[in-house]
Design a protein around this ligand. Structure first.
Ligand code: DC
Length: 231
């Protein structure tokens, strides 16, 4: 057994996958705080790669150059919140709708996914890991202890996002958000490398009619059941 396999064998992982705007980040952060585990926001790595392209004037069709940037991202996730790229705070810049769309474009490049593979694995540290993304349970951590796949209709996700953006004082149209979410789903589900799909052994939770707390409780109960089974 290699050192990596050995490490994976010992450290528990919960993967939380699903489409954009479904609440993965919120739920993952709550579960990570409850268990005091590490948190991998894999989407942030794709968003940072997209931003690095813009800063270095690399277009998304220059696939090798984009993969090089992904490989060499000088990124620091600050424990108190915030993300540094080359020493600059970039959290606000990578959370926009445009940054999400750019992330989805670079994420469709197989060489970029390969370049980010090891970096994602490195988040696996004791006492445990919550891994949030699109392919956590299928490609990155296929042996995870619990795999969750969150869903909600594109309309419902767009409505939630609309509410958040309006509350922050942004001027957005619901119809535009629905269209953008549908476009992003389409690209994430239909790419050749690690498309967005639930792992065969994932627990699918439709969050359309559930509160954040209800989803959180459901994930915690799946974890407790798995823990009992493993004893
Ligand atoms: O979760 P997010 O919205 O921050 O992700 C942004 C984009 O990154 C998403 O549209 C697709 C891509 N992504 C991916 O392909 N694989 C992941 N594990 C995470 C994100």
């Amino acid at each position: 057994m290699t050192e990596l396999q050995n490490k994976e064998y010992n450290i528990p992982i919960i993967t939380i996958d699903g489409p954009g705007g479904v609440g993965k980040g919120t739920i993952s952060a709550l579960v990570a705080a409850e268990l005091n585990w590490n948190y991998l926001d894999s989407g942030a790595l794709y968003r940072l790669t997209g931003l690095a392209c813009l800063l270095n004037e690399i277009t998304f069709d220059q696939t090798n150059a984009v993969a090089q940037l992904a490989e060499n991202l000088a990124v620091k996730f600050l424990p108190e919140g915030g993300i540094l790229l080359d020493g600059q705070e970039v959290e606000a810049k990578i959370r926009t709708e445009v940054a999400g769309n750019n992330a989805s474009k670079v994420a469709a490049i197989p060489e970029v996914r390969e370049a980010l593979f090891k970096r994602q694995k490195a988040f696996l540290q004791a006492p445990g890991l919550i891994a949030d993304g699109r392919d956590m349970g299928t490609s990155i951590f296929p042996d995870a202890m619990v795999k969750v796949f969150l869903t909600a209709s594109a309309d419902e996700r767009a409505k939630r996002r609309y509410k958040q953006l309006i509350e922050k004082g942004n001027n957005v149209k619901l119809a535009d958000l629905i269209r953008e979410i549908q476009e992003r789903d389409e690209r994430d589900m239909n790419r050749s490398a690690s498309p967005l799909v639930a792992a065969a052994d994932a627990h699918i939770i439709d969050t359309s009619e559930l509160t954040i707390d209800e989803v959180f409780q459901e994930v915690m109960s799946l974890f407790k059941m798995a823990q009992t089974k493993n004893r």
